[in-house]
Design a protein around this ligand. Structure first.
Ligand code: ADP
Ligand code: MG
Length: 199
């Protein structure tokens, strides 16, 4: 087994303080602080072309997004594909959740996530196609966004063990606007196959 956390945090030399801060838990998403930074949570997932390496590298890419600061990266999790028959036949996914401080708007942050997906060679052949890398904006402060291309909170996040488990690891108090505490959704997703990769 890999040392998931060590690999991820160690891959980011710009953030050495994060290692000692790792045990600290983040507060629930709240409104912009006095510095103009927003607290956002992003889900990372991959099931093609060495997904472990893809998710680790994506963590580093998130740390490099302008106007963003990577606060925490969860452990890596291995999950069985969830969804219709076409997705259930695919390879297992590697997943993680990142917490960021950002000055970007939700829409700008989504653009940055799409840019990273493109960098990693993601092909959008069809909805739910196997992907090199999938980045979803889960939460942005306690805001709700409902536009054609962006919905925050992510509309299916509370139904996915591979989102809820890593999110609770780094933010046990996380609140999902309109759905209550993230922790309350854990029993509902506990039947989904997911394994935290050993440190
Ligand atoms: P999914 O992540 O649901 O498996 P995709 O990554 O293919 O599927 O995304 C499909 C569309 O979802 C994208 O074109 C994007 O515009 C839209 N979308 C809506 N809300 C979000 C969000 N919170 N994060 C990421 N994409 C989103
Ligand atoms: Mg997506």
């Amino acid at each position: 087994m890999i040392r998931a956390d060590a690999a991820l945090m160690g891959a980011d030399p710009a953030q050495p303080a994060e290692r000692s801060a790792k045990a600290k838990q983040l507060p629930p998403a709240s409104r912009t602080d006095s510095t103009g930074e927003h607290l956002a949570y992003v889900a990372l997932g991959a099931n093609l072309a060495d997904p472990l390496a893809q998710v680790r590298a994506a963590g580093r890419a998130l740390a490099d997004v302008p106007e963003c600061r990577l606060l925490r990266l969860s452990s890596l999790y291995r999950s069985a594909p969830v969804g219709n028959r076409s997705i259930r036949g695919q390879a297992d996914f590697i997943n993680a959740v990142a917490a960021l401080h950002t000055r970007l708007t939700p829409s700008q942050l989504l653009d940055a996530l799409f840019a990273i997906e493109r960098l990693f060679g993601r092909r959008r052949e069809y909805h739910h196609a196997p992907r090199t890398l999938d980045l979803d904006l889960l939460l942005y402060d306690d805001q709700t966004v409902d536009s054609q291309r962006l919905r925050v909170p992510h509309p299916r996040m509370h139904l996915r063990a591979f989102v809820i488990a890593p999110l609770l690891e780094i933010a046990p108090q996380a609140l999902i606007p309109g759905r209550g505490s993230a922790a309350a959704w854990l029993p509902a997703v506990s039947m989904q196959g997911i394994a935290r990769l050993a440190d």
